[in-house]
Ligand binder design. Structure first.
Ligand SMILES: Cc1ncc(COP(=O)(O)O)c(C=O)c1O
Length: 377
């Protein structure tokens, strides 16, 4: 049947060959491909998973009152915004929310069929359009580093068809920061809901963390994850908060779809959101690793800047390689370092690689040592 949907290869499954090359080195692969945390979550959070007593009954799809209150309180502390817990709802990690929201918005507004998303971005925004049978229309970046959004680049006709605009600040993969005030203003002017994926907000290095909710809640939804903030990617917990009407619609439709964060996970997430000290510790870990790996790359003739936010290095491919795949192959062979070629993140991103600093320092130091042995420095 023509036009039938076939899932493409999952981006990180395409790295199998590179992984084999890296794994072949004595000491094995230093895996900096997927942004999956390696550090332990706070012990009190892990304890809460075991002792909540919330295993037996069905959990609330919207999130139980303690979880929503903890999320609303955190938004208040982190961004200085006041959001009523009734305008907060749980998601099973944010990837499923990113992947499914276009579909649910389309059911409600079938005359619209377009997902606007950053051209240099996490692949699930574009995939959400495919899963909804919609058009994915990339919004160009504001600057040459791939960060920010040039909303003047959105055609009027695309704005009129848009179900939503995704923004992501700090951004994966570039680490760039977007002007969330301008994005919210653009959305309100064009009648397009703005979904602001803020899962790296705690790892903002330039200036203070920002949320779209600082502009008010009308027409905007902020999306937050416990995965990166609290090293809880394995338990799948996140939340979305903002425009009461949008949040209410998604909460209702998602309840019908059976999307529920397990009760013990909600209990643990409430504990994690109530604690900021562990995030400070994690920030220092990522800062040290970013600085170290950028230093190693600079020393071997691969100019690398520190990102404005996030825990990725978005490295321009030096001229001696044709593209990110070629550079990634040599890094895998010489250093056992597994990185993500840039074309996983857009149409015009082949001239970069992304390095997630999700390995402990002892593993990251090995990269520099191996490159020295290989004669790169
Ligand atoms: C920009 C962005 N959004 C969302 C996610 C999904 O995170 P999770 O589903 O673990 O909450 C990721 C994960 O890497 C991401 O980079």
């Amino acid at each position: 049947m023509s036009g039938a949907f076939r899932p493409p290869p999952y981006p990180y499954d395409r790295l199998r060959g590179l992984r084999d090359l890296a794994e072949a080195l004595p000491g094995g692969v230093v895996d900096c491909s997927v942004g999956t945390p390696c550090d332990a979550p706070p012990p009190a959070v892990v304890r809460a998973l075991a002792v909540s007593g919330a295993e037996r009954g069905y959990p609330s799809s919207a999130g139980n009152p303690a979880f929503r209150r903890s999320a609303a309180d955190w938004l208040g502390r982190r961004f200085g915004v006041e959001v009523d817990p009734s305008a907060v709802a749980a998601c099973v990690g944010t990837k499923e929310l990113v992947a499914s929201t276009a579909h649910y918005l389309r059911l409600r507004t079938p005359v619209r069929d377009t997902v606007l998303y950053p051209a240099v971005s996490y692949p699930t925004y574009a995939m959400s359009a495919a899963l909804a049978g919609c058009r994915a229309v990339p919004v160009p970046p504001a600057g040459p580093d791939g960060g920010g959004l040039d909303l003047s680049g959105v055609a009027k006709a695309d704005a009129a068809r848009a179900l939503l605009l995704w923004v992501n600040s700090p951004a994966n993969p570039s680490g760039g920061l977007s002007d969330l005030v301008a994005a919210a203003e653009w959305g309100r002017r064009h009648g397009v809901p703005v979904f602001s994926d803020e899962c790296y907000a705690d790892y903002t290095w330039e200036g203070r963390p920002r949320s779209v909710l600082e502009t008010g809640t009308a027409g905007v939804v902020a999306v937050h994850s416990l995965s990166k903030r609290s090293n809880l990617a394995g338990v799948r917990a996140g939340f979305y908060a903002g425009d009461p009407e949008l949040v209410g619609y998604l909460r209702d439709v998602r309840q019908h779809a059976g999307l529920m964060v397990p009760g013990p996970v909600q209990a643990a997430a409430a504990v994690a959101l109530a604690d900021d000290a562990h995030v400070e510790v994690q920030r220092e870990r990522y800062r040290e690793r970013l600085t170290h790996v950028a230093g190693v790359l600079n020393d071997v003739g691969c100019p690398t800047s520190l990102p404005p936010g996030g825990f990725y290095l978005w490295v321009p491919v030096p001229r001696r390689w044709d593209d990110g795949w070629a550079m990634a192959e040599d890094l895998a062979k010489a250093a056992g370092l597994l990185v993500s070629p840039g074309d996983l993140y857009g149409e015009r991103t082949a001239a970069h690689v992304r390095i997630a600093v999700v390995q402990p320092m002892v593993r990251l130091r090995l990269v520099g040592e191996r490159l020295a042995v290989a004669g790169w420095s």
